[in-house]
Design a protein around this ligand. Structure first.
Ligand code: NA7
Length: 541
């Protein structure tokens, strides 16, 4: 057995960098961290595809824990692109000197609880083994790509790329016949970016999406200075908001407004960009299907205005799910791309993709030839990244068995039966609808306080109870059922984008302030719902 540590951290994205800093520099613990990639950045290290960009504004989508970091870093665009976000995370990693805590290019392959020694045994793909009192998973929610259902990708003779593992070298698409499969947030970003570069671009769309303008623009020097001086009040506003950004509150219910009033409000926030269209317009669009239809029809109208060919516009208008029941994407010139003569839209709902062939793509009605195929088919969210750690808890309990009917957790940070394992932004945490860096800070702060308490009290095991986990699961489901989200079809929000995956509530949708208040209250009452130093307990059926 190799070295023993207080804490093993897995992952070097927003969560892993802050967790290492917090546990090592603030708690003074002995921390070893592992990262499968060759450097820091997490999502922003892997997703280097053309057009990759965050759709939360960068002054909000960034760390808030350090006065110095907020003051010194200046964002050049409202919504930064992947290279700038990666540069930011690299800069932060250097500033905090956290790189030396990591072993890069090293994947954790198994994580096994040793009940007698009350510690974790961690094995990595370089053949090494170490032990740790605590494991803090920072593996992210959308970090494992979905395996496409269609066979034959290995036979394709052209270039095949996945957006989530895009090459580091530039990919030249000039003069090439390119296919993009998938029209989620990722596919839309790629399509609008490469439409003018490829000789022919064919988009394979199964479900049209409600894409709204991103509203990106450069940030001038005066604005940058203002941002640096006002970050404290910006952050205070963010922390009071459902999704962790200081956007305007909604105007009341859409169904109480006249059509003209609705139009005026939708127009106002359409142009201001990003999630404002969802959160700053009307309070009932996310809860009431009839209210939702008013915003859905508004977006369809805007699509029809922008796409010249009526048949293509009709194909691009979603009709089978409420707005924001699937994660809403944002765009810049996406719909106009379909007005270009060399951009083609293929509906693979009516004629599904059957295979990737040596020369291209075959659907049930036609074969297409390409030089390049780009897969933007999404992720196996929340559960797969944790399952890939090969977790075995008390009495050899396998995480895949524990989660056979869908994920369970308490607050998203612990799983009953897996003592001393803490998860940042895990299933049933608030992260899916919450500005990720702030969600991350909330979770890391909560976990660090729990560790500090366990260490101070000489608590050998810190573990969510089954009862608390069950009650939390019911709360997550209850709140989700008040929204239109369960009316989505095939969304990663409900686990439905992966064939055979359990349909369940994968996150807490009660909003960031409520989530933070619940976590604070639980810590305040001495970690209610967590068992400290419990003996091994049987797993309920
Ligand atoms: P998404 O939002 O899950 O989108 C995946 C897209 O791929 C979506 O359009 C899917 O169509 C399509 N897809 C998946 N499998 C197939 C098959 N077999 N045939 C045709 N089309 C398919 O993932 P993204 O990467 O775009 O976004 C993920 C998150 O990253 C995003 O929500 C942000 O949080 C950042 P479908 O809708 O299933 O019919």
């Amino acid at each position: 057995m190799g070295s023993h540590y207080d804490v093993v951290v897995v992952g070097a994205g927003f969560a892993g960098l802050y967790a290492v800093h917090k546990m090592r520099d603030e708690l003074g613990l002995d921390v070893q961290a592992f990262e499968a990639a060759g450097g820091v950045g997490g999502t922003w290290w892997w997703n280097r595809y053309p057009g990759a960009r965050c759709d939360f504004e960068s002054i909000h989508y960034s760390y808030s824990f350090s006065e110095e970091i907020q003051r010194e870093w200046e964002w050049s665009e409202r919504f930064a692109g992947q290279p700038e976000i990666l540069a930011y995370l690299e800069w932060v990693a250097d500033k905090l000197d956290v790189r030396r805590a990591f072993r890069f290019n090293t994947r954790v392959t198994s994580t096994t609880w040793d009940d007698k020694a009350a510690r974790w045994i961690i094995c990595t793909d370089d053949g090494a083994t170490c032990t740790a009192r605590f494991v803090v998973s920072c593996v992210g929610g959308l970090s494992v790509a979905k395996e496409p259902e269609f066979p034959g990708s290995e036979t394709f003779r052209g270039e095949l790329y996945r957006t989530s593992s895009w090459p580091h070298e530039p990919v030249d698409l000039t003069g090439k016949r390119v296919a993009v499969i998938g029209t989620g947030s990722t596919g839309i970003q790629v399509i609008q970016e490469i439409a003018n570069e490829a000789a022919e671009l064919t988009v394979f769309q199964r479900t049209p999406n409600f894409a709204a303008p991103l509203g990106n623009e450069p940030v001038d020097l005066a604005q940058r200075r203002w941002n640096a001086e006002h970050h404290a009040e910006l952050r205070a506003g963010s922390r009071q908001h459902m999704i962790g950004v200081p956007y305007d509150p909604p105007s009341g219910p859409a169904l109480a407004a006249t059509p003209d009033e609705r139009r005026r409000i939708f127009d106002k926030y359409w142009d201001r960009g990003g999630f404002r269209l969802l959160v700053s317009t009307f309070s009932d669009v996310i809860f009431n299907q009839q209210a939702n239809e008013t915003i859905a029809e508004y977006i369809r109208e805007r699509i029809r205005e922008r796409v010249k060919d009526p048949a293509t516009a009709a194909l691009l208008c979603p009709t089978d799910h409420p707005y924001a029941s699937k994660r809403p994407p944002f765009e810049t010139g996406y719909y106009e791309a379909y007005n270009l003569p060399h951009v083609h839209l293929v509906d693979v709902r009516s004629a599904p993709i059957e295979a990737i062939t040596p020369t291209g793509v075959r659907t049930s009605s036609k074969s297409y030839e390409f030089d390049v195929i780009i897969l933007a088919t999404g992720f196996d969210v929340f559960t797969r990244p944790l399952l890939n750690l090969g977790l075995r808890g008390r009495d050899g309990l396998k995480l895949e068995d524990r989660w056979a009917n869908g994920p369970t957790s308490y607050l998203g940070v612990q799983i009953a039966g897996f003592p001393n394992l803490f998860v940042i932004n895990g299933p049933k945490s608030a992260v899916a609808l919450y500005n990720v860096p702030l969600a991350t800070e909330d979770n890391v702060n909560f976990v660090a306080a729990a560790l500090a308490r366990a260490i101070a009290d000489k608590t050998a095991t810190f573990e969510a109870t089954y009862e608390a986990e069950e009650a939390w699961g019911r709360l997550c489901e209850g709140i989700l059922n008040l929204t239109v989200i369960p009316h989505s079809k095939g969304s990663w929000y409900m686990g439905e984008n992966i064939p055979g995956k359990a349909r369940a509530a994968y996150f807490f949708s009660g909003g960031a302030p409520l989530y933070r208040a619940i976590c604070a209250e639980i810590a305040h009452v001495g970690y209610g719902g967590f068992a400290l130093d419990r003996v091994s307990a049987p797993i309920p059926p």
